[in-house]
Design a protein around this ligand. Structure first.
Ligand code: FNR
Length: 338
Protein backbone atom coordinates (compact mmCIF):
# COMPACT_ATOMS: atom_id res chain seq x y z
CA UNK A 1 0.00 0.00 0.00
CA UNK A 2 1.50 3.27 -1.09
CA UNK A 3 1.75 5.96 1.60
CA UNK A 4 2.42 8.63 -1.03
CA UNK A 5 -1.05 7.99 -2.41
CA UNK A 6 -2.81 7.69 0.95
CA UNK A 7 -5.01 10.52 2.18
CA UNK A 8 -4.27 12.71 5.18
CA UNK A 9 -6.44 15.07 7.22
CA UNK A 10 -5.53 18.48 8.55
CA UNK A 11 -8.44 19.72 10.64
CA UNK A 12 -11.45 19.28 8.34
CA UNK A 13 -9.41 19.29 5.14
CA UNK A 14 -8.58 15.93 3.52
CA UNK A 15 -5.74 15.79 1.03
CA UNK A 16 -6.23 12.87 -1.35
CA UNK A 17 -2.49 12.14 -1.38
CA UNK A 18 0.75 13.41 0.16
CA UNK A 19 2.03 15.25 -2.91
CA UNK A 20 2.23 19.02 -2.53
CA UNK A 21 3.15 21.39 -5.32
CA UNK A 22 5.81 23.44 -3.52
CA UNK A 23 5.25 27.21 -3.54
CA UNK A 24 7.16 28.75 -6.44
CA UNK A 25 7.11 32.43 -7.39
CA UNK A 26 6.28 32.88 -11.04
CA UNK A 27 6.83 36.68 -11.16
CA UNK A 28 3.96 36.90 -13.60
CA UNK A 29 1.55 39.52 -12.28
CA UNK A 30 1.24 42.38 -14.71
CA UNK A 31 1.22 46.16 -14.21
CA UNK A 32 2.63 45.83 -10.70
CA UNK A 33 -0.84 45.02 -9.39
CA UNK A 34 -0.34 41.59 -7.83
CA UNK A 35 -3.28 40.10 -9.73
CA UNK A 36 -3.84 36.57 -10.97
CA UNK A 37 -3.27 36.29 -14.75
CA UNK A 38 -4.23 33.63 -17.32
CA UNK A 39 -0.71 32.23 -16.87
CA UNK A 40 -1.32 31.57 -13.15
CA UNK A 41 -4.60 29.83 -13.97
CA UNK A 42 -2.98 27.49 -16.54
CA UNK A 43 0.06 26.88 -14.36
CA UNK A 44 -1.74 25.90 -11.15
CA UNK A 45 -4.77 24.22 -12.71
CA UNK A 46 -2.58 21.92 -14.81
CA UNK A 47 -0.95 20.57 -11.62
CA UNK A 48 -4.42 19.94 -10.18
CA UNK A 49 -5.30 18.07 -13.39
CA UNK A 50 -2.03 16.21 -12.82
CA UNK A 51 -3.43 14.93 -9.50
CA UNK A 52 -1.29 16.56 -6.83
CA UNK A 53 -3.07 16.48 -3.47
CA UNK A 54 -2.33 20.11 -2.59
CA UNK A 55 -1.43 23.04 -4.82
CA UNK A 56 0.44 25.57 -2.71
CA UNK A 57 0.24 28.92 -4.45
CA UNK A 58 3.50 30.86 -4.52
CA UNK A 59 4.72 33.47 -2.01
CA UNK A 60 1.97 36.09 -2.10
CA UNK A 61 2.64 39.50 -0.64
CA UNK A 62 0.58 40.76 2.29
CA UNK A 63 1.86 44.31 1.71
CA UNK A 64 3.08 45.88 -1.55
CA UNK A 65 6.43 46.74 0.08
CA UNK A 66 6.77 43.05 0.98
CA UNK A 67 7.02 41.90 -2.64
CA UNK A 68 10.25 40.37 -3.90
CA UNK A 69 9.56 42.00 -7.28
CA UNK A 70 6.84 44.16 -8.78
CA UNK A 71 5.53 41.07 -10.59
CA UNK A 72 4.75 39.13 -7.38
CA UNK A 73 1.25 37.95 -6.60
CA UNK A 74 -0.50 40.01 -3.94
CA UNK A 75 -3.19 39.68 -1.32
CA UNK A 76 -2.91 43.14 0.19
CA UNK A 77 -6.16 44.40 -1.33
CA UNK A 78 -9.77 43.24 -1.63
CA UNK A 79 -9.30 43.47 -5.40
CA UNK A 80 -7.07 40.39 -5.27
CA UNK A 81 -9.82 38.14 -3.96
CA UNK A 82 -11.93 37.44 -7.10
CA UNK A 83 -8.96 36.19 -9.18
CA UNK A 84 -7.78 33.93 -6.37
CA UNK A 85 -11.32 32.66 -5.87
CA UNK A 86 -11.62 31.78 -9.53
CA UNK A 87 -8.30 29.91 -9.32
CA UNK A 88 -9.52 27.93 -6.31
CA UNK A 89 -12.79 26.99 -7.96
CA UNK A 90 -10.85 25.43 -10.82
CA UNK A 91 -8.26 23.70 -8.61
CA UNK A 92 -11.08 22.22 -6.51
CA UNK A 93 -12.93 20.96 -9.58
CA UNK A 94 -10.05 18.49 -10.21
CA UNK A 95 -10.12 17.16 -6.64
CA UNK A 96 -7.03 18.98 -5.38
CA UNK A 97 -6.94 21.25 -2.35
CA UNK A 98 -5.35 24.67 -2.48
CA UNK A 99 -3.06 26.57 -0.18
CA UNK A 100 -1.56 30.03 -0.26
CA UNK A 101 1.82 31.06 1.06
CA UNK A 102 1.46 34.42 2.82
CA UNK A 103 4.71 36.30 2.47
CA UNK A 104 6.69 39.45 3.13
CA UNK A 105 10.15 39.79 1.63
CA UNK A 106 11.53 42.28 4.19
CA UNK A 107 15.10 43.22 3.25
CA UNK A 108 15.00 40.89 0.24
CA UNK A 109 12.44 43.04 -1.56
CA UNK A 110 13.94 44.30 -4.82
CA UNK A 111 11.84 47.43 -5.21
CA UNK A 112 12.61 51.09 -5.87
CA UNK A 113 10.86 52.10 -2.66
CA UNK A 114 11.95 51.87 0.99
CA UNK A 115 12.30 48.28 2.19
CA UNK A 116 11.96 47.04 5.76
CA UNK A 117 13.67 44.62 8.11
CA UNK A 118 14.11 43.98 11.84
CA UNK A 119 17.54 45.63 11.63
CA UNK A 120 19.11 47.98 9.07
CA UNK A 121 21.40 45.32 7.57
CA UNK A 122 21.46 44.69 3.81
CA UNK A 123 21.46 41.07 2.52
CA UNK A 124 24.72 41.53 0.57
CA UNK A 125 26.94 44.23 -0.96
CA UNK A 126 24.62 44.83 -3.89
CA UNK A 127 21.28 44.91 -2.07
CA UNK A 128 19.58 48.02 -0.64
CA UNK A 129 19.85 48.90 3.01
CA UNK A 130 16.52 48.28 4.72
CA UNK A 131 14.84 50.61 7.19
CA UNK A 132 14.70 49.21 10.73
CA UNK A 133 11.05 48.58 11.50
CA UNK A 134 9.49 50.69 14.24
CA UNK A 135 7.03 49.19 16.75
CA UNK A 136 4.28 50.76 14.62
CA UNK A 137 5.64 49.18 11.40
CA UNK A 138 5.68 45.79 13.13
CA UNK A 139 2.05 46.21 14.23
CA UNK A 140 0.99 47.21 10.73
CA UNK A 141 2.71 44.18 9.17
CA UNK A 142 1.17 41.75 11.68
CA UNK A 143 -2.21 43.28 10.80
CA UNK A 144 -1.41 42.81 7.09
CA UNK A 145 -0.88 39.06 7.68
CA UNK A 146 -4.24 39.02 9.49
CA UNK A 147 -5.94 40.74 6.55
CA UNK A 148 -4.20 38.38 4.14
CA UNK A 149 -5.64 35.43 6.07
CA UNK A 150 -9.13 36.94 5.96
CA UNK A 151 -8.87 37.41 2.19
CA UNK A 152 -7.47 33.88 1.76
CA UNK A 153 -10.61 32.62 3.49
CA UNK A 154 -12.85 34.78 1.28
CA UNK A 155 -11.03 33.34 -1.75
CA UNK A 156 -11.78 29.74 -0.61
CA UNK A 157 -8.26 28.50 0.10
CA UNK A 158 -8.13 25.28 2.16
CA UNK A 159 -4.75 25.87 3.78
CA UNK A 160 -2.61 28.86 4.71
CA UNK A 161 1.18 28.64 4.90
CA UNK A 162 3.15 31.44 6.53
CA UNK A 163 6.48 31.99 4.76
CA UNK A 164 9.05 32.09 7.56
CA UNK A 165 11.93 30.69 5.47
CA UNK A 166 14.56 31.68 2.91
CA UNK A 167 15.64 34.87 4.63
CA UNK A 168 12.41 36.76 4.07
CA UNK A 169 10.92 39.04 6.73
CA UNK A 170 9.70 36.49 9.30
CA UNK A 171 12.97 34.55 8.94
CA UNK A 172 14.86 37.84 9.42
CA UNK A 173 13.19 38.19 12.83
CA UNK A 174 13.88 34.54 13.79
CA UNK A 175 17.59 34.62 12.96
CA UNK A 176 20.24 36.12 15.23
CA UNK A 177 22.21 36.87 12.04
CA UNK A 178 19.65 39.41 10.83
CA UNK A 179 17.85 40.46 14.01
CA UNK A 180 19.92 42.77 16.22
CA UNK A 181 16.97 44.46 17.93
CA UNK A 182 17.10 45.45 21.58
CA UNK A 183 13.31 45.44 22.13
CA UNK A 184 10.95 42.53 22.82
CA UNK A 185 11.34 41.36 19.17
CA UNK A 186 15.09 40.73 19.42
CA UNK A 187 17.73 39.11 21.62
CA UNK A 188 16.73 35.76 23.11
CA UNK A 189 15.20 33.08 20.89
CA UNK A 190 11.86 33.61 22.66
CA UNK A 191 12.05 37.29 21.66
CA UNK A 192 13.12 36.46 18.08
CA UNK A 193 10.10 34.16 17.88
CA UNK A 194 7.79 36.95 19.11
CA UNK A 195 7.05 38.37 15.62
CA UNK A 196 6.06 34.96 14.20
CA UNK A 197 4.06 34.25 17.35
CA UNK A 198 2.08 37.48 16.87
CA UNK A 199 1.52 36.68 13.18
CA UNK A 200 0.20 33.22 14.05
CA UNK A 201 -2.15 34.77 16.64
CA UNK A 202 -3.33 37.38 14.12
CA UNK A 203 -3.89 34.81 11.36
CA UNK A 204 -5.82 32.60 13.77
CA UNK A 205 -8.22 35.43 14.55
CA UNK A 206 -9.47 35.12 10.96
CA UNK A 207 -8.63 31.53 10.11
CA UNK A 208 -9.62 28.28 11.81
CA UNK A 209 -8.43 26.02 8.98
CA UNK A 210 -5.08 24.21 8.68
CA UNK A 211 -2.04 26.40 9.17
CA UNK A 212 1.42 25.49 7.89
CA UNK A 213 4.67 27.40 8.42
CA UNK A 214 7.70 27.09 6.15
CA UNK A 215 11.04 27.54 7.89
CA UNK A 216 14.70 27.48 6.92
CA UNK A 217 15.89 24.82 9.35
CA UNK A 218 19.58 25.37 8.71
CA UNK A 219 21.14 28.79 8.22
CA UNK A 220 24.54 27.41 7.11
CA UNK A 221 26.35 29.84 9.41
CA UNK A 222 28.12 29.24 12.72
CA UNK A 223 26.34 32.09 14.47
CA UNK A 224 22.95 31.22 13.03
CA UNK A 225 20.06 29.41 14.68
CA UNK A 226 20.97 25.90 15.87
CA UNK A 227 19.02 22.64 15.77
CA UNK A 228 17.99 23.35 19.36
CA UNK A 229 16.61 26.74 18.34
CA UNK A 230 14.54 25.17 15.54
CA UNK A 231 13.17 22.54 17.90
CA UNK A 232 12.24 25.34 20.31
CA UNK A 233 10.49 27.29 17.51
CA UNK A 234 8.69 24.16 16.30
CA UNK A 235 7.49 23.30 19.79
CA UNK A 236 6.19 26.85 20.27
CA UNK A 237 4.39 26.62 16.92
CA UNK A 238 2.84 23.35 17.99
CA UNK A 239 1.58 24.98 21.21
CA UNK A 240 0.07 27.76 19.10
CA UNK A 241 -1.85 25.24 16.99
CA UNK A 242 0.25 25.19 13.82
CA UNK A 243 -0.60 21.99 11.91
CA UNK A 244 2.57 21.35 9.92
CA UNK A 245 6.11 22.68 9.58
CA UNK A 246 7.40 22.72 6.03
CA UNK A 247 11.16 22.23 6.41
CA UNK A 248 13.36 24.02 3.91
CA UNK A 249 16.76 25.61 4.57
CA UNK A 250 19.13 28.44 3.76
CA UNK A 251 19.01 31.84 2.02
CA UNK A 252 19.09 33.76 5.31
CA UNK A 253 22.57 35.08 4.62
CA UNK A 254 24.74 34.40 1.57
CA UNK A 255 26.21 30.90 2.04
CA UNK A 256 27.17 27.91 -0.03
CA UNK A 257 24.68 25.07 0.28
CA UNK A 258 25.68 21.59 -0.79
CA UNK A 259 22.68 19.98 -2.44
CA UNK A 260 22.02 16.32 -3.18
CA UNK A 261 18.92 14.12 -3.34
CA UNK A 262 16.76 14.75 -0.28
CA UNK A 263 19.31 17.18 1.23
CA UNK A 264 16.75 18.80 3.55
CA UNK A 265 14.82 15.69 4.63
CA UNK A 266 16.95 15.37 7.78
CA UNK A 267 15.54 18.67 9.11
CA UNK A 268 12.01 17.41 8.65
CA UNK A 269 12.88 14.16 10.40
CA UNK A 270 14.50 15.84 13.41
CA UNK A 271 11.70 18.35 13.92
CA UNK A 272 9.00 15.71 13.44
CA UNK A 273 10.66 13.44 16.02
CA UNK A 274 11.73 15.99 18.60
CA UNK A 275 8.78 18.40 18.48
CA UNK A 276 6.11 15.77 17.71
CA UNK A 277 4.53 17.88 14.97
CA UNK A 278 3.63 16.97 11.40
CA UNK A 279 6.26 18.04 8.87
CA UNK A 280 6.75 18.47 5.16
CA UNK A 281 10.00 17.51 3.41
CA UNK A 282 11.24 19.44 0.38
CA UNK A 283 14.31 19.71 -1.80
CA UNK A 284 15.48 17.45 -4.60
CA UNK A 285 12.76 14.87 -4.03
CA UNK A 286 12.38 13.70 -7.59
CA UNK A 287 11.03 10.16 -7.74
CA UNK A 288 8.07 8.21 -6.42
CA UNK A 289 10.32 5.70 -4.68
CA UNK A 290 12.27 8.45 -2.93
CA UNK A 291 9.04 10.13 -1.77
CA UNK A 292 7.63 6.80 -0.58
CA UNK A 293 10.80 6.07 1.42
CA UNK A 294 10.57 9.44 3.21
CA UNK A 295 6.95 8.87 4.19
CA UNK A 296 7.19 5.17 5.11
CA UNK A 297 10.21 5.82 7.32
CA UNK A 298 8.17 8.57 9.04
CA UNK A 299 10.62 11.28 8.12
CA UNK A 300 7.77 13.54 6.96
CA UNK A 301 3.99 13.59 6.53
CA UNK A 302 3.94 15.40 3.17
CA UNK A 303 6.42 15.76 0.33
CA UNK A 304 6.69 19.12 -1.39
CA UNK A 305 7.77 18.85 -5.01
CA UNK A 306 9.17 21.93 -6.73
CA UNK A 307 11.17 21.82 -9.93
CA UNK A 308 10.16 18.28 -10.85
CA UNK A 309 6.58 19.54 -11.05
CA UNK A 310 7.66 22.50 -13.19
CA UNK A 311 9.21 20.06 -15.64
CA UNK A 312 6.33 17.62 -15.48
CA UNK A 313 2.80 18.62 -14.39
CA UNK A 314 2.03 14.87 -14.40
CA UNK A 315 4.77 14.01 -11.92
CA UNK A 316 2.14 12.30 -9.70
CA UNK A 317 1.28 9.93 -12.54
CA UNK A 318 4.95 9.09 -13.13
CA UNK A 319 5.42 8.48 -9.38
CA UNK A 320 2.33 6.25 -9.29
CA UNK A 321 3.59 4.21 -12.26
CA UNK A 322 6.95 3.79 -10.51
CA UNK A 323 5.20 2.51 -7.36
CA UNK A 324 2.76 0.32 -9.27
CA UNK A 325 -0.15 2.37 -7.92
CA UNK A 326 -3.28 2.75 -10.02
CA UNK A 327 -3.81 6.51 -9.91
CA UNK A 328 -7.27 7.69 -10.84
CA UNK A 329 -7.28 9.79 -14.01
CA UNK A 330 -9.00 13.14 -14.39
CA UNK A 331 -12.17 12.11 -16.21
CA UNK A 332 -11.20 13.84 -19.45
CA UNK A 333 -8.01 11.74 -19.64
CA UNK A 334 -9.50 8.37 -18.74
CA UNK A 335 -9.00 6.87 -22.19
CA UNK A 336 -5.31 7.78 -22.42
CA UNK A 337 -4.07 7.52 -18.85
CA UNK A 338 -2.72 3.96 -18.77
C1 FNR B 1 11.08 28.42 -5.41
N1 FNR B 1 11.00 28.19 -4.04
C2 FNR B 1 10.11 28.92 -3.27
N2 FNR B 1 9.94 28.63 -1.96
C3 FNR B 1 8.99 29.25 -1.24
O1 FNR B 1 8.84 28.95 -0.05
N3 FNR B 1 8.20 30.21 -1.82
C4 FNR B 1 8.33 30.58 -3.11
O2 FNR B 1 7.55 31.38 -3.63
C5 FNR B 1 9.38 29.97 -3.86
N4 FNR B 1 9.62 30.31 -5.18
C6 FNR B 1 10.39 29.50 -5.98
C7 FNR B 1 10.43 29.72 -7.36
C8 FNR B 1 11.13 28.84 -8.18
C9 FNR B 1 11.13 29.06 -9.66
C10 FNR B 1 11.83 27.74 -7.61
C11 FNR B 1 12.57 26.77 -8.47
C12 FNR B 1 11.83 27.57 -6.25
C13 FNR B 1 11.62 26.98 -3.44
C14 FNR B 1 10.76 25.74 -3.75
O3 FNR B 1 9.49 25.82 -3.13
C15 FNR B 1 11.47 24.46 -3.24
O4 FNR B 1 11.59 24.56 -1.85
C16 FNR B 1 12.85 24.28 -3.87
O5 FNR B 1 12.80 24.47 -5.26
C17 FNR B 1 13.43 22.90 -3.57
O6 FNR B 1 12.56 21.88 -4.03
P1 FNR B 1 12.82 21.12 -5.46
O7 FNR B 1 12.70 22.12 -6.55
O8 FNR B 1 14.23 20.56 -5.39
O9 FNR B 1 11.77 20.06 -5.50
Amino acid sequence: MSKLFSSIDFKRVTLKNRIVMSPMCMYSSLDKNGMITPFHLSHYISRAVGQVGLVMVEATAVQPEGRISEQDLGIWDEEHVPGLKQLNKEIHSYGAKSGIQLAHAGRKAELNTPIYAPSALPFNETSSKPVEMSAEDIKTTIEAFRNGARRAKEADFDIIEIHAAHGYLVNQFLSPLTNKRADEYGGSRENRYHFLSKIIEAVKMEWDGPLFVRISANEYHEQGNTEEDFIFFASRMKEQGVDLIDCSSGAVVPAHVKTYPGYQVKYSEVIRTKSAIATGAVGLITSGIQAEEILQNERADLVFIGRSLLRNPYWAKAAADELGYDLEAPKQYERGWN
